[in-house]
Design a protein around this ligand. Structure first.
Ligand SMILES: [Zn+2]
Length: 437
């Protein structure tokens, strides 16, 4: 941190902190919590161990719900997105653009292998993540069910998205559902959002983001209890592949520039002017503009560059080789788990059913049989929870879990890590569906 920034951080800390309500995210953004979080994450890197169980598949970090400049609320270029994917160890990017008349998201959308990253086009439309196989441009539908049917009629896949806005939807024939959405998580922090409207908070954040960018982003992470409760209800009735939604736009940025008349122009990540501030009326701002001339940038805060969003969470698809067809197949089979990769790399994690010398991977549907066990193992020790039909039936610490199945049900696993004095969710698997004989 520069000395100027340090002075500002400490001054603004005193001035501003009293005014900031203490939501969880704000609490986690305190300097000592950020440092402890960072140190724990670094320590975990050295604690990784080999996983004895094997799935037999390649573990492929995949992103759902990514926006680029095709969407009205993003300026992201494909080069920027592919570079970020590579940096974050992501091999498949599923786009979900906001449709608009000037382009066809299927035929014009990003598709194919670019610099080692497989790109697949899709839309965020009508409450769904939609991946039709062929163009559906200009085809009108009059209900969510009709839209889902249209996408399915092309051989494509369709997921519920932004579940928080449609907890009561009951649509037939879906591929899956989001079980975590970064933007929804962000929206669930009203105290943080309110604090963000203060230039003082933005300035404080600038110092924290410079030092601990991923930890500040991750401070927003909360266990998606509402999403998972609904998902558990829905999977009682039908198979649904659970995926994470990065909802990445790269549009949460702020830049403050000194104008000719001494006032300060605040712009957001899309270059929209969001506020005109008068240093004569805001004491701390006056100190910051002292000695600055027109054109000087006094605040430059980028909260959601793609790489940070991509590192935060992903869906790990288990597949034999990486190509479009295998992505569709892994999704259909539910061979997927969601991970908050920023905490630790979960690659190699296994969850499977086992009886005698037979094994079934995540997402499998099988009949209950004598000696059937559910086993999970992670490359780190953590807290393993086994959830059957929405109820926790096992909760233990260690690097693995071994459960004798005593009755049919929809079984999924969660693994939590203890980070800076708090259990944080790390892995959320798709279910294994054990049916009655
Ligand atoms: Zn979106």
């Amino acid at each position: 941190m520069s000395s100027r920034l340090r002075i500002w951080a400490s001054l603004l800390f005193v001035l501003g902190l009293a005014a900031i309500a203490r939501g969880d995210a704000m609490e986690r953004m305190k300097p000592e919590r950020l440092r402890a979080t960072h140190e724990r994450i670094e320590a975990l890197k050295n604690q990784r161990r080999a996983v004895a169980l094997t799935s037999g598949y390649d573990d492929v970090r995949t992103l759902f719900h990514v926006h680029s400049a095709f969407s009205h609320d993003s300026r992201g270029t494909i080069d920027e997105i592919v570079a970020a994917a590579k940096e974050a160890g992501v091999r498949v990017v599923m786009f979900n653009e906001h449709p608009a008349p000037h382009y066809d998201f299927v035929t014009d959308g990003h598709r194919g292998l670019k610099d080692g990253v497989l790109l697949m086009p899709g839309a965020e439309s009508g409450g769904f993540l939609a991946y039709p196989r062929t163009s559906i441009k200009d085809q009108k539908t009059d209900s969510p069910q009709a839209f889902a049917d249209l996408v399915r009629s092309t051989g494509g896949q369709i997921f519920l998205c932004h579940l928080e806005e449609r907890m009561d939807w009951d649509i037939a024939g879906l591929t899956g559902s989001e079980i975590y959405n970064t933007h929804a998580d962000f929206k669930s922090e009203p105290k943080f959002l309110a604090a963000m409207r203060s230039p003082l908070t933005l300035l404080m954040l600038m110092g924290a983001v410079k030092q601990y960018p991923q930890e500040v982003f991750g401070a927003l992470l909360d266990y998606p209890a509402d999403y998972l409760a609904r998902y558990d209800q829905l999977t009682q009735k039908t198979r649904l592949t659970g995926v994470s939604a990065n909802d990445a736009h790269h549009n949460q940025a702020y830049k403050a520039t000194v104008l000719e008349d001494g006032k300060v122009q605040l712009e957001d990540g899309l270059g929209e002017k969001v506020a005109l501030l008068d240093p004569e009326k805001i004491g701390p701002l006056k100190l910051l503009t002292n000695g600055r001339k027109a054109g000087d940038v006094i605040l430059d805060l980028d909260l959601d560059p793609y790489v940070r969003s991509f590192r935060h969470v992903s869906t790990h698809l288990l597949m034999p080789t990486v190509d479009e067809e295998n992505v569709w197949q892994a999704i259909d089979a539910g061979r997927a788990y969601v991970a908050f990769d920023w905490l630790a790399d979960p690659t190699g994690f296994v969850y499977q059913a086992q009886a005698g010398d037979k094994t079934w991977p995540i997402g499998s549907e099988l009949k209950a049989e004598e000696g059937l066990r559910l086993r999970a193992e992670a490359p780190l020790e953590g807290r393993f929870k086994l959830i059957r039909d929405g109820e926790v039936v096992a909760d233990e610490r260690g690097a693995s879990l071994d459960f004798a199945v005593d009755k049919p049900g929809v079984y999924r696993v969660e693994v939590w890590l203890e980070i800076a004095g708090e259990d944080r969710p790390w892995i959320l698997t798709n279910p294994i569906y054990v049916r009655g004989a």
